[in-house]
Design a protein around this ligand. Structure first.
Ligand SMILES: [Ca+2]
Length: 296
């Protein structure tokens, strides 16, 4: 009896000695597989959504990957009859891949880089930092970008006018909307008559513009390209530029007296919020209606 007990004990010990490493290996293999699956999910998720996050002085912001492609820039049919002559002729433009801000630059991000918030409409509390920065001139934006690049080692910039319109139209996922993300302006744009914004204003919950990202994004997941604040583009403004612009990555006239701004603002009519609407201002003009969106 005692002998058989000893044998059973010995066998059990051997089983334990063999099984334990096997179990540990299985656990390790399982963890590795889980890690791999997580990594794949993360990678696929990033590829699918095309988002990249950057951080400067503790403040993070998200850029959306815009796959390059060819689109028709200017007064396409869905833009209606109130198009400007400067939107004609509609013409084919090829744009290379780039990144563009998911949101307009916020007061939070501007303050993190510049150490101050120049916005006219700041609201009464920290939530104001979720508002787009405004009251920034084109020249101010260049200084902001210079400091941002010095801090991050990246090459952020303003989008070209062609990049802006391509992204606003939804890039290669475009569904051909009049406004960025919809034909129904109230769904996507904080503009002069948006009922959601007006209701919030009546409750005195907001300064005159909305938070970034209050309404629906466009086909690429980019918010507020129609409305909220006008967005400075890099280009000089050219009234007749579309008559003679290059068909690949146009960067605007070589010189000029004004800079392009796009997309309309919280104070704009619907016409100004169309994806092809072209407007301009002097590079040193500051206004509560104008902000910016980054490109990379
Ligand atoms: Ca905007």
């Amino acid at each position: 009896m005692r002998k058989s007990v000893r044998i059973i004990g010995l066998v059990a010990l051997l089983v334990l000695l063999v099984a334990a490493p096997v179990d540990m290996m299985a656990q390790k293999r399982g963890k590795a597989q889980k890690r791999k699956a997580k990594t794949e999910r993360t990678t696929k998720g990033k590829a699918a959504s095309g988002e990249q996050t950057f951080t400067v002085n503790g403040v993070s912001f998200t850029m959306i990957h815009v796959q390059g492609g060819t689109f028709t820039m200017g007064a396409t049919s869905e833009q209606g009859s109130y198009v400007g002559n400067n939107e004609k002729p509609a013409h084919k433009v090829a744009v290379s891949s780039f990144l563009i801000g998911m949101f307009e630059v916020t007061q939070y991000l501007w303050t993190a880089v510049m150490g101050n918030n120049p916005s006219k409409l700041q609201g009464s509390d920290m939530l104001a930092l979720r508002h787009p920065v405004e009251n920034v001139s084109w020249d101010d934006c260049q200084e902001f970008i210079r400091k941002l690049n010095a801090a991050t080692g990246k090459h952020f910039r303003l989008p070209t006018e062609a990049e802006w319109e391509y992204a606003a139209r939804g890039g290669n996922k475009s569904r051909g909307y009049k406004y960025s993300g919809s034909n129904i302006i109230d769904d996507v744009a904080a503009y002069a008559n948006n009922s959601v914004i007006l209701e919030a204003l009546n409750k005195e919950e907001l300064p005159c513009h909305g938070f970034v990202g209050m309404l629906a994004p466009n086909e690429l997941g980019i918010y507020d390209m129609s409305g909220n604040v006008w967005e400075w583009c890099q280009d000089w403004y050219g009234e007749d530029y579309y008559s003679n612009s290059p068909s690949s990555n146009p960067t605007g006239p070589s010189t000029g007296s004004n800079r392009v701004k796009r997309g309309g603002s919280w104070n704009s009519s619907a016409v100004s919020c169309r994806v092809s609407c072209r407007v301009y201002d002097s590079a040193d003009l500051r206004s509560r209606y104008i902000g910016l969106r980054l490109a990379l």
